[in-house]
Write a protein of this length. Structure first.
Length: 147
């Protein structure tokens, strides 16, 4: 049985379930897993700088500590638009998706991050499945507002 399909609502900057009329749609399990992994706020590490000044490490209350949900991409919201930020973004993406490799969902991921335009970080993720097929996921709208 497939999971409930999650879609990204770009204008609102959030995920939502996909409906057909009053029925929840299923399918796109890989996309749903990637969206949740990347765009849920993972708890910050003890040595992470929280640039919004709040000191709030975010994260999900249900994390067990061993397998935190989400990514630390949120830490880049006030980062400078430079190569260091691109490197950190790539590392945070790889960290967030690693559970799918560990669980055998995919064999590997190819991750490309780039500045698609001023203050907009884009990413392309190619998921390589165990059966030799692959699926490309593009997020050219990701993380608007980086300095």
């Amino acid at each position: 049985m497939s999971d409930i399909q999650t879609i990204w609502v770009t204008p609102q900057g959030r995920g939502d379930w996909s409906f057909s009329g009053t029925q929840l749609q299923s399918g796109s399990d890989l996309l749903t897993s990637v969206l949740i992994s990347l765009f849920s706020d993972r708890v910050a590490n003890a040595d992470d700088a929280i640039l919004d000044g709040s000191g709030d490490p975010r994260g999900w209350w249900g994390d067990d500590g061993q397998y935190p949900v989400g990514s630390r991409l949120w830490l880049l919201e006030r980062a400078k638009q430079n190569q260091d930020t691109l490197g950190r973004a790539r590392d945070y993406i790889a960290e967030a998706l690693q559970w799918m490799i560990d669980d055998g969902v995919v064999l590997s991921f190819d991750i490309l991050v780039e500045w698609t335009r001023a203050s907009v970080l884009g990413m392309q993720i190619i998921a390589r499945r165990q059966d030799g097929t692959s699926e490309a996921l593009n997020f050219a709208w990701a993380w608007k507002g980086i300095n």
